[in-house]
Design a protein. Sequence first.
Length: 348
Amino acid sequence: MNLFEHLEKYRYGEVHVRRDAESGLAAIVAIHDSRLGPALGGSRFIPYAHEELALVDALRLARGMTYKAAITGLPHGGGKSVIIRPGRAFDRTALFTEFGRFIENLGGRYITAEDSGTSVADMEIVRTQTRHVTGLPPKDGGGGDPSPYTALGVRRGIEACVKHALGRSSLDGVRISIQGVGHVGYYLAKELHTLGARLTVSDIDSARTSRVREEFGATVVPNEQIFGQEVDVFAPCALGAVLDDGTIPQIRAKIIAGAANNQLAEPRHGDALQARGIVYGPDYAINAGGLVNVAQEYAGYDEKASHAKVLRIYDTILEIVERAQSTGVSSDKVADQIVEEKLAKISR
């Protein structure tokens, strides 16, 4: 593993590593950019086959957080932490207590929150060691689970794409397929159903799809069939890198707009979508609602202010897709240009 080659590739930045044998903590904090403010991003707690995979995950995700914060107008840079889940029995309280000490030792350069594999309860443990944590429960003055805010922002982004591509101001009767109906996907299905959308869903967990079918009347299809559904909008809300050489030719939707991070397997796949005339809502711009909420919480939680900021994702996505159409540049590159223009105005 060549650490500095990875840092060069993702234009870093700084990386911090902490290992504690007693608790089993093995953690990486990647701080991509802090020109706009202290780095903000969640803590991922999953198994990794080896350390390089964990490092690359942290680097990619932290870079995405820089772009997500910048395009949404937040006073934060991008960071991410990855905790390698131990392969042996461990004490979760002890591990996250040690992780909290790690965050505190960074002196406020990085603010953490929950992500895949972590919870509000874990952040409560982290909070015993540092104030540089957000995504806390409402009883502690926090905003709780940010998933509903992420879903709200994605719904607003879908509305912007539908307005642009279909000329419609309502989602009533719009056919939308959702890949993955876990935390965010479920709340997105709820938002869309309330507005009259017709839903088709898939998930590796049949209990999740059964719940969405029963509550929202969704049609359930096997995972391998979700890409080829005859719908207006395809919303990837599961794992990243799902838009690739194999899946893009299957897509029959006019719009792709979902909550998953890093949806494009490679940058060239944004060009492939553009070439097919598919309107794409760039992932880090459309799924920023959760980040908006935890950032608002860190500044002093105001639910109404947070909600209002998330609603403005509509304007961001509409600007991106309209600029993509007028310039002939893929929407993911347009989003990057907007961010890089903002960052270029600030000296390091």
